[in-house]
Design a protein around this ligand. Structure first.
Ligand code: PMP
Length: 462
């Protein structure tokens, strides 16, 4: 046997078992017919190591932008294990101290949204938000049916069927229909590919105004909520212009439509502020959060809402349907709440949102130097959430085919840097590379990411 990696097994044996048994997320397993399956075994800071002992700068925070505080945090391990020893689990209508303390902490971070509902994944948090919005209006206006949810093209809100129905990434929806009814799409807010053929600032922010048109067409009495990612992540890294969300909010208020912001990726310092919506000075009615909430050390998500929304669910004792009849079995995992509490303590104590802003500025400046390369259409992002849109031709902005993006990701990996790319999300436009490293990354780490990208993009022959 070669060197043991885990469970008494070496890398070859793990790879054999991998091929035999795994059915991985978002993976075409055919690729493993002719290449070794990657197996990650340990991490420290922003560095991860695979089963063959190779080290990488993790430019993706655990593959899906989750590990905000970085790897190897002893205090996280301690907080989780102490709680598990004391009481690992209790759910249903009974609370536990970590849950109470986490709710208090989140309410302190978002004082206008002091009611905290815990579950375990981003999809679940969004499903809860939709259910809350629908029931809220049914309690408020029993004679109307305000139930529709409006979402944007290119945004992603999750994998469960209603969360998928609310996602504007059509390629992810293929073959899973019929999806739940009552979800209506509006255009995205990416200036580089303005769906209205306009140019900012002379565009009247038509992308935001499209919301009003759809509310009017659908009928304001039928629309419950609009859901947006404050800065679209997987759909191509899209930070809208400053005027966009204030206008969206104004339209929501005018038609009594709830504004749900999905901060599953953008929360907890990722974009240089604690929450992504704070860049825009808006005041959402519901926020969902997950990944950076416990940095992936434990699976936890939250749906937080205004008190005025919560108050609608205060039913009479004999009323069996007026309260929120929803549950999440593992939302009661006390170790998850303990992990989230310690994670937030670290983010605050180490000022990781500020660190993300500073390192993000440095990363953007370095990547802007690549803007002269023939394939680089646009570099965009906020904080440590950055994308590079690749084009075959700068003038026509025709998207670079996915196979070239796959080549760049593979070349960067060969240089010891993990970056990501859009994977079959939006028809014809899977042409954005991204990086979102742990917020503790330093300039040397960022230099490695930019050097790997410069090398890989420079070598690309289109
Ligand atoms: N919302 C956004 C913005 C996401 O990026 C994701 C996951 N990538 C989700 C929701 C769904 O989260 P989960 O995979 O934990 O269900």
């Amino acid at each position: 046997m070669n060197k043991e990696v885990a469970g008494g097994l070496d890398a070859d044996e793990l790879a054999r078992l991998h091929r035999e048994h795994l059915w991985l997320h978002l993976t075409n397993h055919r690729q493993f017919d002719h290449q070794e399956p990657p197996i990650m075994v340990e991490g420290n800071g922003f560095i991860i190591k695979d089963a063959l002992g190779r080290e990488y700068v993790d430019g993706l925070s655990g593959g899906v932008w989750a590990v905000n505080v970085g790897y190897g945090r002893e205090t996280m391990v301690k907080a989780i294990s102490e709680q598990l020893r004391r009481l690992p689990y209790y759910a249903g209508s009974l609370a536990t101290p970590p849950y109470i303390l986490l709710a208090q902490k989140l309410a302190a971070l978002l004082p206008r949204l002091p009611k905290v509902y815990i579950s375990n994944s981003g999809s679940e948090a969004n499903e809860k938000a939709f259910k809350i919005a629908r029931q809220y209006f049914r309690e408020q206006y029993p004679r109307r049916d305000k139930y529709k949810i409006i979402y944007r093209n290119r945004d992603y809100h999750g994998t469960t069927l209603a969360a998928l129905a609310s996602s504007g990434q059509t390629e992810r929806k293929l073959k899973f229909g019929p999806l739940p009814a009552g979800f209506v799409e509006i255009p995205h807010a990416l200036c580089y590919r303005c769906e209205f053929g306009k140019r900012y600032p002379g565009c009247n922010i038509d992308c935001a105004r499209a919301l009003e048109t759809v509310i009017q067409t659908e009928g304001e009495d039928s629309v419950a909520a609009v859901i947006v990612e404050p800065i679209t992540a997987g759909g191509g890294i899209i930070p809208p212009v400053a005027e966009y969300y204030p206008l969206v909010q104004e339209i929501c208020r005018r038609y009594e439509v709830l504004l749900i912001m999905d901060e599953v990726v953008t929360g907890f310092g990722r974009t240089g502020l604690m929450f992504g919506h704070q860049h825009y000075g808006v005041d959402p009615d519901i926020i969902t959060m997950a990944k950076g909430l416990a940095s992936g050390y434990m699976p936890i998500s939250a749906t937080v809402a205004r008190k005025s929304i919560f108050d609608r669910f205060l039913a009479e004792p004999e009323d069996t349907s007026g309260y929120f009849r929803d549950i999440s079995t593992f939302g009661g995992c006390t170790g998850c709440s303990a992990a989230a509490l310690e994670n937030i303590r670290i983010i605050e104590e180490e000022r990781l949102a500020e660190q993300s802003a500073a390192m993000g500025t440095y990363l953007m400046a370095s990547l802007q130097e690549l803007a002269g390369l023939p394939v680089v259409g646009e570099v965009r992002g906020k904080g440590l959430l950055v994308g590079i849109e690749l084009v075959a031709d700068k003038k026509s902005q025709s998207p670079l085919p996915e196979k070239y993006l796959a080549q760049v990701v593979a070349a960067a990996k060969a240089e010891g840097v993990i970056i990501g790319r859009m994977v079959r999300s939006v028809p014809e436009l899977n042409n954005v590379l991204y990086t979102a490293p742990p917020l503790i990354i330093d300039k040397a780490g960022i230099d490695k990411i930019t050097a790997a990208l410069r090398g890989a993009l420079g070598k690309l022959r289109v």
